[in-house]
Design a protein around this ligand. Sequence first.
Ligand SMILES: *Cc1c(COP(=O)(O)O)cnc(C)c1O
Length: 409
Amino acid sequence: MKQAAYDLTTELVHHSYQPPADFVSLLPPVHKASTVVFPNVAAMRERRWLDKSSYTYGLHGTPTTYQLEERLCTLEGGKQCLLVPSGLAAIASVSLSLLKAGDEVLIPDNAYGPNKSLTEAELVQWGITHAYYDPMNVADLAARITKRTRLVWIEAPGSVSMEFPDLPALVALCRERGVISALDNTWGAGLAFKPFDLDGDGSHRLGVDVSVHALTKYPSGGGDVLMGSVMTVNQALHMRLKLTHMRLGFGVSGNDSETVLRSLPSIALRYRAHDQGARELARWLQQQPAVAQVLHPALPESPGHAHWAKLCGAANGGQGAAAGLFSVVIDPRHSQAQVDVLCDSLRLFKLGYSWGGPVSLVVPYEIETMRARPVPQLQPGTVVRFNIGLEAVEDLRADLAQALAKAFG
Ligand SMILES: *Cc1c(COP(=O)(O)O)cnc(C)c1O
């Protein structure tokens, strides 16, 4: 045994034992750091934070976060990626980075609710104005773009009401008018379509400028991690976003990154399983008398189905790709109280926000309170959204059947 040169407490901090090098296992190691150590002062002075050629501080990247960023680039077909503590933080960092006082941001009226709250309550304090456009009407977006418009948010499909827009047309319009397009790509997850290659032919002629992804959903897949990403293909745009990201102090933990790295290899299999279960149950719900409308972009009766078919229809050997998420409109002859009984009576479906994990979830929504304008493509009634987990479809169908019977007789 080595003679101890220091006090025991010092020895336990600066221990001399080094494990043998060349340990190889199957998963990337978890590196956890605030402080990153430099070999000498010269290296410290020359620290490079602009790219992934070295390390400067835990907040700005470790081998674990770099690997996650690169694998996410592969998933979505991007070139640069920034990790943030949540999907909402990804949205916030894009808006805060690209907008300044006097600018205007355009948001689809069916956007993820917290993006609207951020814009209405926070961005407004920075002198940034906003307007809501109808995502199902490209001409409406065209009419709302002004000289002050700097950023257009897009969702495909919209949150809760699930209308699928003509995404390539919306992006082409932004290109034409010189406005940055930012897609919330959480639903597509890099699997239903390629956000930076909307023609799908590898040409990259048409693509969004920024893709944000709530990794909380399918990349995590467990309902146990919150994380987001901001992806680009243009280095100059990436650097603008990266500087804001650094100045705001956004970063993610090594343990959370490891959880997502461990889930990524199964994301395509899980996505397909969620998709299959959701489509079966959505079709079954279409036949139930209490249900006035099913909102699922892969169903021909759903708003924007033709746009979905064009963009996502070729995947899965022609079956198309869609997430495990859909909503139903309960016929207005049934009261809100009855809809509450439906949700409370479900046993396998849990009441809770978020989606993308193994447990099926249900949330009732009051859609009128969420929209700036009426939504003609939706039937009147109460909207209920389902996230289909990985339980057996037969069990979920039986659960829905007993809850429907209890609520509507
Ligand atoms: C969940 C979600 C987000 C936000 O993700 P968090 O990690 O929960 O902040 C953003 N956009 C969409 C479409 C989502 O479903």
